[in-house]
Design a binder for this molecule. Structure first.
Ligand code: SF4
Length: 694
């Protein structure tokens, strides 16, 4: 501020990092952004923020940002700067050529949870309307796709059931596979505020996170389970609930499918699923697990918060279902202070899923095979649409190596760094004839691109994000796009070059179309957002600002649906060669693959990823804190430095994935969730040995 001077204007906008969705006043002097001030009126943050959000504009001016479109004939040639018209024309002509030569299913698109609702909607529309296939996917594939499957199956819709405020009415919190202090810092502060008032806490995590014990906070129970045993642990908790008579029978009788409940209750009651029988598997003492289950079932209003430690497993969808089963059996869904809440890692995971960017669903979670829904979109878009689900990201890559998929449009996502088994991703990209990357920087995926379309930052465009509590908030243009076009304008230009009749003058018109075609967004408009500040979908005549607590008078699907979840061990096994289990996570100062936070000054960021290893495992290998180690799995190997700590249990190691040099996904395998293909990032058998460094 001293260097630039006092701000003379301000624009309220929404943070583009995590799913908390803090709002800020971006204060400017002239065209120069001076500072980001957390906005007191922001319903998600109420004047608070974390270190990432406060310095969120640094990367916008970074020297490595690409501001001009570029093309090249092949990936071994240098990039050539071209006009927007030439770059857009190349995308359209290549996609049409490939469609003509290899069929309409040979092309597809990937959008991102970092983009606005409007941009995401446009990418799926571009593929569906422009090419008549459903080959569209989003990076939610690799994080919360099991949430989509699990919550839709049990409750009827893929969304957290509570708003953030209602944590203040929770008597018990159960945090599973999430580290809110680092991943969702502002909401973590709300949780801690409630805990200091006396709420009870159960933490289920292989790692001793900050919530287990920190200043003024100590969990009542920490269940440090073996990675990959979530379903066994949750089923054992359900066993306690059912066999000790802790089921909320009135709730189940009134609100759930009784036949499915009876089948589930008989299944979990079997002795083989008791805490004692599963103790050797989960490595959680049976007495602790029983006590935690009793607390969850009888401690009052109980809220479950979960993260990627639940979803990124071969049984990710089963784990989400097991959580939902437990919550329904104890009457903990559909009332303030109680519920099931996925903590979304990125700013717009909820929105990306809501907008129909999955290959089997239109916006509002309606299946592409549903004739009535298809007819609605066909009438609106003037084309015949494909009733068959399209390819998911891993299937696109498989199809590319088999010659069935040849052109990919990637908006705001670095699949080479963020998706599992880097070698597999690289092989798929290398096999394609046209890869288009729309991003701020020449990311790792761009190494395989033929066209690079420079993207705009969240400060340079209008739009909306939807946070983890279904709250739709405005993103407002703070400054002109340095690249000349906002991202939605780039997608529109591609559509026009493909002869599609798109003429949106402003993102508000895109939202109007979304609202017309999507029942859950029926009352959403930019005017309504201006009037109310934000909206939590669904909004109705009776609740014009939206719905803080879902399933109040019954589940969206009608009766809550219990599903038997049998524990099936992952195929990823430890053994003499790979004796340790690697799991992964985030740190406070970095965001995902670090493309933005590594290029932002003033953040107290860590310069490297480290490998957390228990002192006994370090000693067995002659390692000391700070030593270089080689981390090797069946998929690949990398080198990083050791952090010797008791935060991890013996037999478990942990690292973050923020730095491309670490290439953590060289290590991860391509095992994935049985229902959604979400990668199993959280369980990889590895060996660790001393190294001389990279
Ligand atoms: Fe808020 Fe998340 Fe942004 Fe931090 S990163 S300011 S918690 S939205």
């Amino acid at each position: 501020v001293e260097a630039i001077g006092t701000p003379d204007r301000a624009v309220v906008t929404t943070c583009a990092y995590c799913g908390v969705g803090c709002t800020f006043r971006a204060e400017l002097r002239g065209e120069q952004l001076v500072r980001m001030v957390p906005w007191k009126e922001g319903k998600a943050n109420r004047g608070h923020s974390c270190v990432k959000g406060r310095f969120a504009w640094g990367y916008a001016n970074h020297a490595e940002r690409i501001l001009n479109p570029m093309i090249r004939e092949s990936i071994d040639q240098p990039w050539r700067e071209v006009s927007w018209a030439e770059a857009i024309g190349r995308v359209a002509s290549e996609f049409r050529r490939i469609q003509a030569e290899h069929g309409r299913r040979a092309v597809g698109g990937i959008t991102s949870s970092r983009c606005t609702n409007e941009e995401t909607y446009l990418v799926q529309k571009l593929i569906r309307q422009g090419f008549g296939n459903n080959n569209v996917d989003t990076c939610a594939r690799v994080c919360h796709s099991p949430t989509g499957y699990g919550l839709k199956t049990t409750f009827g819709t893929s969304a957290g059931t509570q708003d953030f405020d209602s944590v203040m009415a929770a008597d018990v919190m159960m945090v599973i596979g999430a580290n809110p202090t680092d991943g969702h810092p502002v909401f973590a502060s709300r949780m801690k505020q409630r805990l200091r008032q006396g709420a009870r806490l159960i933490v289920v995590d292989p790692r001793r996170t900050d919530l287990v014990r920190s200043a003024h906070i100590e969990a009542d129970h920490h269940l440090p389970l073996q990675p990959g045993t979530n379903v066994a642990l949750l089923t054992a908790m359900a066993h306690v609930v059912v066999t000790e008579g802790l089921v909320d029978e009135d709730y189940v009788r009134a609100r759930c499918d009784l036949e499915a409940f009876a089948e589930w209750a008989a299944f979990v009651a079997e002795e083989a699923r008791s805490p004692e029988a599963t103790e050797a598997l989960t490595r959680v003492p049976a007495a602790d697990l029983r006590a935690a289950a009793r607390l969850y079932a009888t401690g009052g209003r109980a809220a479950i918060y979960y993260g990627l430690g639940v979803t990124e497993h071969s049984q990710g969808s089963s784990t989400v279902i097991a959580i939902a089963n437990l919550a329904m059996a104890t009457g903990n869904v559909g009332l303030e202070g109680a519920g099931v809440n996925p903590l979304r890692g990125q700013n717009n995971v909820q929105g990306a899923c809501d907008m129909g960017s999955f290959p089997h669903e239109y916006s509002g979670y309606r299946h592409v095979a549903d004739a009535e829904t298809r007819a609605l979109f066909e009438a609106a878009w003037g084309v015949e649409l494909d009733p068959e689900p399209g390819l998911r990201i891993p299937n696109m890559l498989d199809a590319a190596t088999e010659g069935r998929f040849r052109a990919l449009y990637v908006q705001g996502e670095d699949i080479l760094q963020s998706d599992p088994n880097t070698q597999h991703v690289a092989a798929g990209l290398a096999a394609m004839e046209c890869v288009v990357v729309q991003d701020l920087f020449l990311n790792e995926t761009a190494n395989y691109a033929h066209v690079f379309l420079p993207g705009s930052t969240f400060l340079e465009k209008d739009g909306t994000f939807t946070n983890a509590e279904r709250r739709i908030q405005r993103v407002r243009r703070v400054m002109e796009p340095k690249n000349g076009l906002a991202d939605w304008e780039i997608v529109q230009a591609v559509a026009q070059a493909l002869d599609l009749d798109w003429n949106y003058a402003h993102p508000s018109e895109i939202m109007d179309e979304i609202a017309r075609l999507t029942p859950t967004f029926a009352r959403v408009s930019y005017d309504a957002l201006e009037a109310h500040g934000s909206l939590q979908w669904p909004a109705t005549d009776a609740t014009p600002t939206g719905t803080p607590t879902m399933h109040l008078d019954g589940f969206v699907r009608g009766k809550g649906h219990f599903v038997v979840t049998d524990y099936i061990p992952t195929d990823e096994k430890t053994g003499p060669r790979y004796p340790l289990l690697l799991t992964t996570g985030r740190i406070l100062s970095h965001y995902n693959v670090g493309a933005q936070t590594r290029r932002t000054e003033n953040v107290a960021w860590h310069p490297e990823d480290r490998l957390e290893i228990h002192p006994s495992d370090a000693e067995n290998r002659g390692l000391r804190d700070g030593d270089w180690v080689t981390l090797k799995s069946r998929a690949g190997e990398t080198t990083l430095r050791a952090l010797v700590t008791e935060r991890v249990a013996p037999g478990v190691v942990y690292t973050t994935f923020h730095h491309p040099v670490t290439q953590a996904n060289v290590i991860t395998t391509d095992y994935s969730d049985w229902a959604t293909n979400c990668p199993e990032y959280k369980v990889t058998a590895v060996q660790v040995s001393a190294s001389n460094g990279p």
